[in-house]
Design a protein around this ligand. Structure first.
Ligand code: NAD
Length: 428
């Protein structure tokens, strides 16, 4: 493994920020060690018969980082680059995310090494069902509740719910969130992460006194998070000058017509490739555009010490998990770029997942207005708290978010596990 890969290991980035916050809180060593490591980490191997009759083996993971605040919650990723360190980092970020926003869940994440674009629907269903079977004693509404992530969506969540229910001999809707409405899903869940990213983006613009109608934005990734962020911000008058997906990156200084682009994407096999009303640019150049708002909404470690110095955006709102590696933090801070961290910025998804889980558990069905209003309240409160703590401790919003999360989880963990008094913290 090259040193470059070690440097941008997302788990290491998580630990770097964790340690800064833990030092500020003067966290005890035993609790530090406990919270740095996952509670459980499972590797599963299974095979399916492909459409052509061949048998293919797959490796999958489920990591449960922490359950102090409630059942563990976190998405399942289908991607060829899935690896255990990535899943461990993503699981820990879920713990911190729920803690920052006050959602009563712990953190988990799962993944399968596969390329979902290369499998038919039948094969994806078999993969999802086999993975569910392998983890049927781990999942459960009060134990561990998966959700969608990169490469998965309502179809996969529906198959997971169905397989889990078959194995338990009764319908158990609350075992997974992000399902289709007809499988017990919630209104507003599909677009929740993007809606949340745009709510947070508007709050960040307001902080810098930039009016949405005067703001420009570039968005990396045009999947669930990127597409919905683009649509909501477009609706608020923000000029989206650049977007990308894995195939291509586009720029239009006059602003892209996002509803038209979405129509094109839907008719073009869910890709923006070949979109005519713009100029193609290099993928890496999208991140360096002079815009007010940059939203990385694709994958980890796209902003590192290599390109951080060239970033010209005034604000970065982390739609993706871990798009900025820890070695870029200081560079961005010195450039006075406001970075709203993933564990706050993309928490809209887990928030509405929580609403879905609640509706399933209570056999209720909430109206969209109720869902969106509660989502907005939670994120606004989270944003205010993070910025208040940042001022109090004189740290970046990212470290402030870690401080809030660590303090909360450490207190609950100490009391629960060691029957100790909650840890004392230095008063600054
Ligand atoms: P998705 O699979 O729906 O979309 C991912 C998008 O990124 C696709 O458009 C893909 O083409 C693009 N992409 C991949 N590699 C790229 C590259 N090198 N350059 C440009 N674009 C690239 O996934 P998603 O659900 O939108 O997740 C995106 C990120 O947001 C992930 O980090 C995920 O963990 C995070 N996230 C997702 C949710 C959710 O509810 N789906 C919630 C919180 C965080």
């Amino acid at each position: 493994m090259s040193s470059e890969i070690i440097k941008h290991n997302p788990f290491q980035s998580m630990i770097d920020r964790f340690n800064i916050a833990a030092d500020i809180l003067n966290l005890d060593d035993s609790i530090r060690q406990k919270l740095q490591r996952p509670e459980k980490q499972i590797t599963v191997n299974f095979s399916i018969v492909l459409d052509n009759g061949n048998v293919q083996n797959f490796e999958g993971y489920r990591v449960i980082h922490n359950t102090a605040l409630g059942p563990s919650k976190g998405g399942i990723r289908y991607d060829t680059a899935v690896n255990i360190d990535e899943v461990k980092a993503l699981a820990a970020w879920m713990t911190w995310k729920s803690a920052v926003t006050g959602i009563p869940f712990g953190g988990a994440k799962g993944g399968i090494i596969c390329d979902p674009r290369k499998h038919s629907k039948t094969e994806l269903e078999k993969i999802t069902r086999a993975y569910t079977k392998a983890l049927s004693d781990i999942f459960g509404p009060e134990k561990d509740v998966p959700a969608p992530d990169m490469g998965t969506g309502p179809d996969e969540m529906g198959w997971l719910m169905d397989e889990f229910s078959l194995l338990h001999g009764k319908p158990i809707h609350a075992v997974v969130t992000g399902k289709h409405l007809h499988s017990g899903g919630s209104l507003g869940r599909v677009e929740a992460t993007g809606r949340g990213v745009s709510i947070i983006s508007l709050l960040a613009l307001e902080k810098l006194k930039i009016r949405p109608a005067k703001a420009t934005a570039a968005i990396q990734g045009f999947g669930n998070v990127g597409l919905h962020s683009a649509l909501f911000l477009y609706g608020k008058g923000v000029k989206i000058v650049a977007v990308s997906d894995v195939s291509e990156a586009f720029y239009n200084p006059d602003g892209l017509n996002i509803p038209e682009l979405i129509l094109y994407y839907n008719l073009n096999n869910k890709t923006i490739k070949g979109y005519p009303n713009s100029v193609a640019i290099k993928h890496e150049d999208l991140l360096l555009l002079e815009v007010d708002l940059l939203i990385p909404a694709a994958k980890e470690d796209v902003i590192t010490q290599k390109n951080a110095g060239q970033i010209q955006a005034k604000i970065i709102v982390e739609g993706a998990n871990g798009p900025v590696s820890s070695d870029a933090d200081q560079i961005l801070h010195e450039k006075n770029i406001l970075v709203v961290p993933d564990i706050l910025a993309n928490a809209g998804g887990v928030t509405v997942s929580y609403f879905e889980w609640l509706q399933n558990s209570l056999l209720e069905s909430w109206r969209i207005h109720q869902i969106n209003t509660r989502l907005e309240d939670i994120l606004e409160k989270g944003f205010d708290t993070v910025f208040r703590v940042a001022v109090k401790y004189n740290v970046t919003p990212r470290i402030a978010a870690y401080i809030i999360a660590l303090k909360k989880v450490a207190e609950t963990q100490s009391v629960k596990e060691f029957a100790l008094e909650a840890p004392q913290y230095k008063q600054n």
